[in-house]
Design a protein around this ligand. Sequence first.
Ligand code: TA6
Length: 300
Amino acid sequence: MATSESKVKEKPEVIGRVTFLDGQGELPMLEISTAWSTVEIYLHGAHVTQFKKRDEPPLLFLSQCSRFVEGQPIRGGIPVIFPWFGAREGLAQHGFARVKAWDLKEFVPAPDGSVSVRLRLPAGPEAAGFPAFTADYIVTVNQSLTLQLVITNQSRDAEFSFENCLHTYFEVADVTAISLGGLKGLSYLDKVAGFVEKTETSDALRIASEVDRIYQNTTGTVEILDPRLGRKIRVEKQGSASTVVWNPWIAKAQQMSDFGDEEYERMVCVESGNVASNSISLPPGGSSTLTVKLSSETLK
Ligand code: TA6
């Protein structure tokens, strides 16, 4: 009896659906609705700009000053960083995947109410210096948001070396009041201190100045505790050995033309990927999948 009742309750009231819209800057956007949540995805950069559960504030931070133009990255949401992370001489920071229009390949509404979409990075001149590869991005929406970046080396004879990162911006009520758990004991490269290697000593990392850190050799979950908003966010991952934590703080915020001067107070980036010494090398025919699952709960 109890079993059949709970089965009925679990059944979603709304069948998942996908709507095509003109987004900001008239860039094509997909809006996905499920019984539990809504998501917005721009084809530009395969960029998820929002995930919102029905009974919670938005999970992702999106700058009021973001550009929505071809060739420029969106500021906020989940930029897909590939095939390199950070600066590369003579080339745009963080790779070209985030500024290309991706192709929508399929969308799959599942019987359990989830919806998945798969996008593919189109071939282009930017990739000419790399062995042949494919990059697919699968976004699955239900009570949580799951992102999978699948890179396959299509070359017959060359290794493919790259970095990847889902550079996720989370919305928080007040960055000075949050704490990040799951990082203690990890070694990290401190970009603010010129990439000096340090070890994390905090059980619950607090942010009170610029933070820009690449935590290395970690596959662990990070939790963002936001007491002001009354929310805990979990960032779980597979196929990722690096976690990056970033908040630009006051001076950097003022220098960024696509970011509000005070917006650093309402965001933190917890990024999952494979960067620096954790970059990936795929043999011919090899494939790698980076999976990130974002979920949240309201604090009692
Ligand atoms: O992931 C942190 C970081 O690499 C920072 O160093 C920072 O400047 C940032 O990403 C944002 O980069 P962007 O190219 O989007 O301005």
